[in-house]
Write a protein that binds this ligand. Structure first.
Ligand SMILES: [Zn+2]
Ligand SMILES: [Zn+2]
Length: 270
């Protein structure tokens, strides 16, 4: 059984609609996927409606949090209740802050002589989940950069002249929100962190899983994070973190899956 517990759609920064994600998942022989868009649950319903028998769509979320040292901490929530009020309120705040951040970035770009309007950017975003990826698309369209990667390297990436850090929730708060919404919290792609200093704090807050399988992890890292999961009493999870074609990464849907046994163990912790 092929299971992928980390997939994005056009409702955040993916390039496939929820319907397209489902179609592609079926073509790749997946039996279960989790829709885990950044800071929104908007893609879940459409994906579930589209899913044929034989494909389970797990309602999920990826909450962007920040560690005390400022590091980006992504917490996945699996089997969350999309209707949970506390969760939706926090997600609203996060999305509003994304819009404010976009305005700040556009003003910095303006100071560099690059004129871009909010509408230029929003036409690439679904609803209000606007990200730097959408700004990069607008910059590419205007011919300011030759690729989206160049936009990140030269203009809007960390350390660049038009870089603006974003508002984030505390990691323990993100774990708590997911638990309150009936979900199973999982620390995403630990290999992208500089260190695991935040882990004890997350475990205290009720973290259940660790994303062991991820495109950014090599075999050694996968083995290492399996050991770490065991040490902390966490369940292993994994997925493709697929953002669809034309994004920052390749299309990894169907290439990074987890054993069915892992799915059942995670599901039992709902
Ligand atoms: Zn992430
Ligand atoms: Zn992700």
């Amino acid at each position: 059984m092929c299971v992928d517990l980390h997939v994005h759609t056009t409702e955040s920064d993916g390039t496939w609609t929820p319907q397209e994600v489902v179609r592609e998942a079926v073509q790749r022989g997946l039996k279960a996927i989790a829709i885990t868009d950044h800071d929104t649950t908007a893609g879940i319903h459409a994906a579930q409606e589209q899913a044929p028998t034989g494909l389970t769509v797990i309602p999920g979320i990826e909450v962007n949090a920040a560690a005390p040292d400022g590091a980006d901490i992504h917490i996945l929530g699996l089997w969350i209740d999309p209707l949970n009020a506390a969760l939706q309120e926090q997600l609203n705040t996060l999305r509003e802050s994304r819009l404010e951040r976009t305005e700040k970035i556009l003003s910095l770009l303006g100071q560099l002589g690059i004129s871009l309007t909010v509408d230029d950017v929003l036409k690439y975003a679904r609803e209000d989940v606007v990200s730097r990826s959408h700004i990069a698309s607008a910059l590419l369209e205007k011919g300011v950069v030759a690729s989206k990667a160049e936009a990140f390297q030269r203009l809007i990436g960390e350390g660049c002249p038009a870089y603006v850090p974003r508002y984030k929730v505390e990691p323990a708060r993100a774990v708590d929100l997911i638990l309150q919404a009936g979900g199973v919290p999982v620390l995403a792609h630990p290999g992208l962190l500089n260190n695991l200093d935040v882990l004890p704090l997350l475990v205290d807050a009720g973290l259940v899983g660790l994303e062991v399988i991820h495109p950014s992890h090599n075999e050694d890292q996968t083995r290492y994070y399996l050991t770490v999961a065991h040490q902390y009493g966490l369940l292993p999870s994994g997925g493709s973190d697929c953002h669809g074609p034309g994004g920052k990464d390749q299309v990894y849907l169907g290439s990074y899956t987890i054993p069915e046994e892992w799915l059942h163990k995670l599901a039992a912790r709902r």
